[in-house]
Ligand binder design. Structure first.
Ligand code: ITT
Length: 216
């Protein structure tokens, strides 16, 4: 059984829509390190989630990258949503006329075993110390970072371009109301419509194709 480890119900809806019965959601708040890449955050989280669940897991780290703001809020999207809120982020981008943006998602898979070569990268933990800040964002401590086990983690990326607009729509979650793609905000789409073009949908598609080969 594959566990999708997250505290975010919006992500669960989208993953279930995509992966169906293959996946069981676990509401576990794995420690999130502070790092300047989604890959580092997701890989660390996958190791922690694997330690917790004791079997195959995926975790997903995602963020909104506003191009003219050098990718802000990027890996800090959750913190910025909690502190500024999505409406103010949207107003700031529109006022500064920096409305081109991307959503990015990294799905990290870990089952404790190594991986055969494939186009998708494997994180072996060696980036620690390079781009993982010593200060952690939640419960993880610096000591935990040092003691982290280096089981390999497979990473799958997805991205989608869009523009920042005034909030519209009742669906989705997070920044969806202010992110428009082809004339429709993500909050105006069903989970199925969003998955068909979204950062998470693209990452899930890559993962699902690869995972089928691993379990055959
Ligand atoms: P978990 O870490 O428990 O999975 P989370 O909500 O903290 O849940 P992230 O760290 O990946 O998840 O989320 C970073 C931020 O980006 C957070 O503010 C989310 O609301 C937002 N976000 C992530 N995916 C999104 C999506 O598909 N649409 C809109 N906002 C999204």
């Amino acid at each position: 059984m594959l566990r999708y480890v997250t505290t975010n119900e919006g992500k669960v809806r989208e993953a279930e829509e995509y992966l169906g019965d293959e996946v069981k959601a676990i509401d576990y708040d794995y420690p999130e390190i502070q790092a300047d890449s989604l890959e580092a955050v997701a890989a660390y989280g996958a190791r922690k989630a694997y330690d917790y669940a004791g079997g195959p897991v995926i975790v997903d780290d995602a963020g909104l990258y506003i191009e003219g703001f050098n990718g802000f809020p990027g890996p800090y999207s959750a913190y910025v949503e909690d502190t500024l809120g999505i409406e103010r982020v949207g107003r700031l981008a529109r006022r500064e006329e920096e409305i081109r943006a991307q959503f990015r998602c990294v799905i990290a898979y870990c089952d404790g075993d190594p991986f055969e070569a494939s186009p998708d990268p494997v994180d072996t933990g060696e980036r620690r110390g390079q781009d993982i800040a010593a200060e952690n964002r939640s419960t993880a401590t610096t000591d935990e970072t040092v003691e982290e086990s280096d089981v390999p983690v497979k990473l799958f990326m997805g991205a989608v371009p869009g523009t920042i607009v005034e909030p519209r729509g009742e669906g989705g979650f997070g920044y969806d109301p202010i992110f428009e793609h082809d004339g429709t905000t993500f909050a105006e789409m069903s989970a199925e419509e969003k998955n068909a073009i979204s950062h998470r949908g693209r990452a899930l598609a890559k993962f699902a194709e690869w995972y089928q080969g691993r379990t055959d």
